[in-house]
Write a protein that binds this ligand. Structure first.
Ligand SMILES: [Zn+2]
Length: 192
């Protein structure tokens, strides 16, 4: 058995019928003339646009320039707003971003020539707060015992590396080349 009373049902039906009748009446009396009026308006605007008007050429040029300028401004503003709202995509690191690594207890930094060759290899103190340039000083202990001491100018941190300054330089360059060839350089490059 329905919980609604029969009288409620009748009222709902009557109200529904009135709403439907009202809607149909409005459609016939307002919507159709309204559409006709809109159509007429669109046609008259269309005709006005394509009719020839007695407007001086200089006014057309000025208005055209202003219109183009406005459109350019709006587009530029929109693009700058969009670019600000979008988070900057992290750039994929390239091997040329690999310009620093610690090797043999010394921090090495370098640049690349346009040819990709390593240039300007410089040694630094690997201490986090003390990345000053170190000076390689060669020491000779007989023919087969050459070492180079890298001493930090600031904290006095010393690192003795086996070999002459030139041979260590070459060793570091070879190691950099090896890391690039094997793709292991990525471990030393922080994402941009
Ligand atoms: Zn230092």
């Amino acid at each position: 058995m329905s919980s609604e009373k029969p009288s409620t049902k009748i009222i709902v039906q009557v109200v529904g019928g009135v709403i439907l009748a009202g809607t149909l009446y409005l459609c016939r009396t307002l919507l159709i003339p309204g559409l006709k009026w809109c159509g007429g308006f669109v046609v008259s605007v269309w005709n006005w646009i394509f009719d020839s008007h007695a407007v001086p050429g200089w006014l057309i040029i000025i208005l055209s320039v202003i219109s183009v300028w406005c459109v350019v401004r709006v587009v530029m503003d929109l693009l700058s707003t969009l670019s600000k709202s979008l988070p900057a995509l992290p750039r994929e690191p390239r091997w040329t971003d690999f310009r620093e690594f610690e090797f043999k207890g010394v921090l090495w930094r370098w640049d690349y020539y346009p040819s990709g060759e390593i240039g300007g290899l410089v040694s630094f103190c690997p201490e986090p707060d003390c990345r000053l340039q170190t000076n390689g000083e060669e020491r000779f202990y007989g023919t087969y015992n050459q070492t180079t001491e890298y001493k930090c100018d600031r904290c006095g941190n010393k690192k003795e590396v086996e070999g002459t300054k030139r041979s260590i330089d070459n060793l570091v360059r070879r190691e950099i080349g090896r890391l690039i060839d094997l793709g292991e350089w990525k471990k030393y490059v922080k994402p941009a």
